[in-house]
Design a protein. Structure first.
Length: 333
């Protein structure tokens, strides 16, 4: 089958680690923290493929048939068509409503303690095994079609990371990405047009300030809980990644055992990054951009976020702000 594969792949189908493991770099934490940018930069490295937020493939791909990061409809995209054929004999053989239902049973924030427990109820265990079986087929197909040795998934949810870690012969490495809570909350309140559904004029999901602040705390605390497992864990801040992308990309690549030499990061140059084709499911609208992109901190919140809101979010998220090295009091710009 002739198709355009995502930039950064090796072109050798099914190329895994020397031990035969499927390697997944999982970017976790809370949304609007720069995970789309980070995952796309990683995908410019040879042998790495970025699939976006595959946790949502049933809804945004199978049911809504949104645009892939390459600009084609999910079912028309050569990459995802090949993945569907490899995994299930074609997407027409998949009951996406059933997949959604199965995910709802096991992949929720309140399921994290159950997924971390050494033992769980028989029914829950059976539901988890069924979900993991589907995921194993899907991720193996992504590896085979892309030829990549490392898959980057930016789904962020801690519960989904635990499900991926149960796939056989798979090594999941956690990259816990955080951002200043005020910037994250402000971003969740923006009215951003959803570019992957051009047939309707719709906006990305929004949360009120306190709702987003509580979710920020909950998701990040759960990511810290995952350190109690045996999953490899690496923590970093969005602001640091943008200020010094080379250093932090090298950290992640070393963490994932991806060889790095002088040519590995040639797509970085003078505060810019050159991004190629991206076959991604869901994510920030920038997943559909390519070419040279300026690496600039998004600090709009420092001048446009209401003072009362900024103080309230600072109070709710204060323990994490201190832990992450952010100032509790920020001057308006």
């Amino acid at each position: 089958m002739t198709m355009e594969t995502q930039r950064g792949t090796t072109g050798s189908p099914g190329d895994r680690s020397p031990t035969g493991e499927l390697r997944v770099v999982y970017i976790g934490g809370y949304g609007r923290s720069g995970s789309t940018l980070l995952s796309r930069m990683l995908a410019e490295v040879k042998g790495v493929v970025n699939i976006g937020e595959l946790r949502y493939i049933a809804q945004v791909g199978g049911i809504e048939n949104r645009l892939c990061g390459c600009g084609e409809r999910f079912r028309d995209c050569a990459f995802w068509s090949a993945v569907g054929t490899e995994a299930f004999g074609g997407w027409d053989n998949v009951d996406f409503q059933a997949l959604l239902h199965k995910r709802a049973l096991v992949d929720r924030p309140w399921r994290v303690p159950h997924l971390m427990a050494p033992r769980a109820g028989r029914r829950f265990t059976a539901d988890v095994e069924s979900q993991v079986s589907d995921l194993a087929r899907l991720y193996s197909a992504v590896s085979a079609v892309s030829g990549a040795s490392v898959i980057v998934d930016s789904s962020k949810a801690p519960s989904y990371a635990l499900l991926l870690s149960r796939m056989p012969r798979t090594r999941v490495s956690l990259v816990h990405l955080v951002r200043d809570s005020r910037g994250t909350v402000f971003s969740w309140q923006k009215r951003i047009v959803r570019p992957d559904r051009p047939e309707i004029h719709s906006y990305m999901l929004r949360y009120p300030a306190m709702g987003a602040a509580l979710r920020y705390t909950g998701y990040n605390l759960q990511m810290h809980m995952l350190r109690w497992t045996d999953l490899p864990y690496l923590w970093m801040r969005y602001e640091d990644v943008v200020r010094d992308p080379r250093r932090h990309l090298e950290r992640i690549l070393g963490f994932a055992d991806v060889p790095v030499d002088d040519s590995t990061l040639e797509f970085l140059h003078d505060g810019q990054v050159k991004l190629g084709l991206s076959h991604t499911v869901r994510g920030n609208p920038m997943r559909m951009s390519d070419g040279w992109i300026d690496l600039r901190l998004d600090e709009e919140w420092t001048s446009k976020m209401a003072k009362g809101q900024r103080l309230a979010v600072s109070a709710v998220t204060a323990p994490l702000l201190v832990r992450y090295g952010y100032p509790l009091r920020c001057r308006e710009r």
